[in-house]
Write a protein that binds this ligand. Structure first.
Ligand SMILES: Cc1cc2nc3c(=O)[nH]c(=O)nc-3n(C[C@H](O)[C@H](O)[C@H](O)COP(=O)(O)OP(=O)(O)OC[C@H]3O[C@@H](n4cnc5c(N)ncnc54)[C@H](O)[C@@H]3O)c2cc1C
Length: 530
């Protein structure tokens, strides 16, 4: 099957809502437009099923825009001896990099080793481990692991603290723009005929003969309630899966143990070059990264169990202290609170072990699929990198349970996403620009304001493109997820908001009444607790 309709990749809200209302019964209704739900929608649509996906806010508004931006080959699972997970992650990493090279690319990482009071053993230890990983990866490998001496390490990563540095292990993994990847998934699913809508929460589930038969969806822009009927309903709401399961059967059981991770964003001067830094064991046993990304550097992350799940997670002072404290040990120029350009958190949907009680950093990162007695299918856990394998697994479970009958076998492993060029022209570590639009970059030139840059690579034409083709409906959709400026420099995002609002008014034909709200949000991304 080929892409059914290029125009549908533009995700027109009007026609999406019309189809949602007019379709008597979909094969599949997916609730949640993060990596997991979008992956399921694409998997199902490319296998000939009729699909609707509804997201209550914007695509990737939840955890899926808040990752460390790594497409992991699963090297951490090697240390746990879980070869199955390593192989799966390697295969999926390759697929992510191949299917959207404008948004996901190989990137070099350094694990530094220090003598004297540092950990001299880190280098041989990780060197051997990563060499084994190279062997295991075979053709799925990106490039060979190398052992660098002191001079090589310092040259590759000029921002590294040089005192007592003895060398580093250099290995390769993947890196991506998570939110733009999510939008590309949504648009590709749309191109294959799926109805994909953001700003449409599910408020209630519909039942017939004791089985889930659809959901009541609200169009938040008009307040209209729409009854959507489907043979199969997949709950892909990430850390919120328990809320939807409660709507199904008022059940009290919890599948998810939420764990918060935050990131601090600083200027590239703190880590020049394009190598990422991996600190494999920090003081409390977590890993920490410093990742050059879209012209800035991400420092993170943390693993803090939380009881309350917020849409905008609140970073804690101790998380900030931990990250800055670790950065101070490894970076030549030490970042402080006043250097932070943006701070944001995400919540991992870790699957709760049956005999609860452990720390979240020890809980499985694997995904889980559960089919309740009502037929509601819930999928959660996993990670961005393996979203596609998770989607295949969900459709397999639904097929085995007789809920879906796909026409065709899976083909997403080598399915290019909308805009995918044959190879990358720029690195994800470079500042944002038209290269992130892949083969669609030339379409930007046809729009008004192509030469009018608002800031940080964002042009007027990109805002228009976001509204016309990428389902952006609010200032936040544009500044947080079509461009990533809110995540990169919250003060700049605040300064650009008014301009973006007026372009959106022009495009959407209605007042963008959310300027004050966006300013409050940008204020959160600017204030660093300490
Ligand atoms: C700090 C951190 C760093 C990470 N780093 C990486 C990394 O580098 N690499 C990697 O591979 N993975 C990483 N992960 C893991 C990865 O980000 C997650 O596994 C993945 O994004 C989860 O996607 P999801 O779709 O399941 O959840 P989400 O992205 O949260 O999507 C769920 C969606 O459901 C929507 N929703 C909720 N309720 C409703 C409703 N009633 N109606 C409609 N919609 C609803 C929400 O708005 C949300 O958009 C990281 C996670 C965290 C927290």
């Amino acid at each position: 099957m080929n892409i059914r309709n290029d125009e549908l990749a533009s995700l027109s809200r009007t026609s999406g809502l019309r189809q949602l209302k007019q379709t008597k019964r979909f094969d599949l209704l997916v609730v949640g437009g993060g990596a997991t739900g979008l992956g399921v929608a694409l998997e199902a649509a490319t296998r000939g099923l009729s699909v609707a996906l509804v997201e209550r806010s914007d695509f990737a508004k939840g955890t899926s825009s808040r990752a460390t931006k790594l497409v992991h080959g699963g090297v951490r699972y090697l240390a746990q001896g879980n070869i199955h997970l390593v192989n799966e992650a390697l295969r999926e990493r390759k697929a992510v990099l191949r299917n959207a090279p404008h948004l996901a690319q190989p990137a070099p990482f350094l694990v530094p080793a220090y003598g004297l009071k540092g950990r001299l053993w880190d280098q041989p230890f990780y060197g051997i481990g990563l060499k084994m990983y190279d062997l295991l990866a075979g053709k799925a490998g990106l490039a060979n692991t190398e052992l660098l001496g002191r001079a090589g390490a310092a040259a590759a990563m000029p921002g590294l603290r040089s005192q007592n540095l003895v060398g580093a292990v250099k290995y390769w993994d993947g890196q991506f723009d998570d939110a733009r990847f999510a939008v590309a998934l949504a648009r590709t699913a749309g191109a294959y005929g799926a109805v994909v809508l953001n700003h449409c929460p599910v408020q209630a589930l519909l039942h017939a003969d004791g089985k889930v038969s659809g959901a009541m969806v609200i169009d938040t822009e008009t307040g209209e309630e729409i009854a959507v009927h489907a043979r199969c309903v997949v709950n892909a709401t990430g850390v919120w899966v328990d809320d939807l399961r409660r709507l199904d059967a008022h059940r009290d059981s919890r599948m998810v143990s939420p764990s918060q991770g935050i990131h601090l964003v600083v200027d590239r001067e703190f880590l020049p070059g394009d190598h990422s830094l991996l600190v494999p064991t920090t003081d409390d046993g977590r890993v920490m990264f410093a990742v050059p990304w879209l012209g800035k550097v991400l420092l993170g992350t943390t693993d803090t169990p939380r009881d309350v799940i917020e849409t905008e997670p609140t970073p804690l002072a101790e998380e900030v202290d931990f990250i800055l404290g670790q950065a101070a040990k490894y970076l030549a120029r030490v970042p402080t609170v006043s250097d932070v350009r943006s701070i944001w958190g995400g919540v991992r949907p870790l699957v709760r072990p049956p005999d609860d009680g452990g720390e979240t950093k020890n809980i499985s990162r694997e995904h889980t699929v559960v089919i309740d007695g009502s037929g509601l299918v819930t999928v959660t856990g996993g990670k961005w990198t393996t979203y596609r394998a998770m989607a295949e697994d969900v459709i397999r479970h639904c097929t085995d349970a007789g809920l879906l009958v796909p026409d065709e076998p899976s083909r997403t492993i080598d399915l290019p996403l909308v805009g995918a060029p044959s190879s990358a022209t720029h690195k994800i570590s470079e500042p944002p620009g038209a290269h992130l639009y892949g083969t669609e970059a030339e379409r930007l030139d046809e729009l008004p304001g192509a030469g009018h840059e608002l800031g940080m690579g964002l042009t007027e034409a990109m805002v228009r493109f976001a509204a016309r083709n990428e389902a952006a409906r609010t200032i936040e959709d544009v500044l947080a997820r079509r461009s990533r400026i809110l995540f990169l420099d919250a003060e700049l995002a605040d300064a650009l908001a008014e301009n973006v609002a007026s372009i959106l008014v022009d495009e959407l034909g209605r007042e963008a009444g959310d300027l004050a709200e966006f300013r409050r949000l940008a204020g959160r991304y600017r204030s660093v607790p300490h």
